[in-house]
Design a protein around this ligand. Structure first.
Ligand code: NAD
Length: 327
């Protein structure tokens, strides 16, 4: 089936973060392009004639990137590496923070009855955590270090625990974020102080764990944290780089090379939505504590202000495009 004939679903979405569009052909002038948003769920309103797997009324999590389906990456199943991917809110494509949205049906994943639309929005970041843990080969019994307790670090923690990590530690500069990690079940937290050296950080991680981590998942993008991950990880272990920071970093590579520490890049997700949804359905992962704030779409400005300033210690802020969804 060629790209133009892909089965589509029309969805009403509930989404966090992101904003708003002016459809130039619309008389409803309150929305302006470009539309933001790539973490969303929604209810199917209508389906194209070739759609067999979904029906109106189904609630779905939306995987926001669709590959070209014809390049070698897509054909080998690594569609997330497709250079022609259409990804929500990646220019020139609009995002899905809007009331109605059309998407390829096979990138819409039906939510089980016990998973809410709000949890459905967080399947996207959870899929990043699942993919990171798969790339890092997290397995039962592993000791896992996570650097950064932002939303991505926290979902990565949840995924690592669900995938078998038995001892976990997370670092951050912000105490409130470490408190959230404790609520999610991390075993140890380490608050990084401005004057702490990398050597001290590595040593404190070892002291708390009483051993070196098998796997380190870097979720800040900060050079110092990548350096700590490389130094702290057990000989023969894995460092997975999720955070995106400076274009070029200076890293202590020789020690990592001589100790055969594998360094693995992580880019979004690849066939990870089903596992992420299953984790939530079966109760292995509880996403609800991550949702700290809600806004109507017309109050999106306040939501973005909160996300930017960190006032109110937000983790995940949901914006509700449909008035009846939440209020
Ligand atoms: P965030 O900014 O909310 O969280 C980053 C956290 O790192 C913050 O809590 C911050 O306090 C902490 N931090 C900063 N400096 C630190 C230090 N020196 N030591 C310890 N902690 C420190 O961001 P997020 O939404 O959680 O995303 C995390 C990273 O992942 C970002 O770089 C983002 O761009 C990246 N990301 C990558 C992918 C991917 O596919 N690879 C997908 C999504 C996000």
């Amino acid at each position: 089936m060629g790209p133009k004939a892909r089965p589509k679903c029309r969805l009403a979405t509930v989404s966090p973060h992101k904003l708003r569009i002016q459809n130039p052909e619309s008389r409803n002038m309150w929305i302006r392009r470009p539309l933001l948003g790539h973490e969303a769920s929604g209810t199917v309103l209508e389906v194209g004639k070739n759609v067999k797997t979904l029906k109106p009324g189904d609630r779905v999590a939306i995987e926001p990137g669709v590959g070209c389906r014809t390049c070698s990456f897509c054909k080998k199943g690594k569609y997330h590496l497709c250079s022609d991917m259409i990804f929500c809110a990646s220019p020139p494509y609009d995002g899905n923070l809007c009331r109605y949205y059309v998407h390829d049906a096979d990138f819409c994943f039906k939510l089980p009855d016990n998973v809410s639309l709000e949890e459905g929005t967080l399947i996207e970041p959870l899929a990043v955590g699942v993919h990171a843990c798969k790339r890092a080969k997290v397995r039962f019994g592993d000791v896992v270090l996570i650097l950064g307790a932002g939303p991505i670090g926290l979902v990565t923690l949840l995924a690592a625990k669900a995938m078998g990590a038995t001892k976990t530690i997370i670092t951050d500069l912000v105490g409130g974020r470490l408190d959230k990690a404790k609520e999610l079940g991390v075993d140890y937290t380490l608050k990084i102080e401005k004057n702490m050296t990398e050597v001290e950080t590595v040593s404190k991680i070892g002291e708390l764990l009483q051993e070196a981590p098998d796997v380190s998942l870097e979720c800040t993008g900060v050079e110092q944290c990548v350096r700590v991950a490389l130094e702290a990880t057990k000989t023969g272990g894995v460092v997975a780089l999720v955070g995106l920071g400076k274009f070029e970093l200076t890293l202590p590579l020789e020690n990592a090379i001589l100790r055969e520490v594998d360094i693995r890049g992580v880019f979004r997700y690849n066939n990870d939505y089903p596992a992420a949804i299953e984790m939530v359905k079966t109760g292995k992962v509880d996403l609800k504590p991550l949702i700290t704030h809600h806004f109507r779409i017309q109050d999106s400005g306040k939501a973005f202000h909160m996300a930017k300033t960190g006032e109110g210690n937000p983790i995940k802020i949901l914006i509700h495009p449909n008035p009846d969804d939440y209020y």
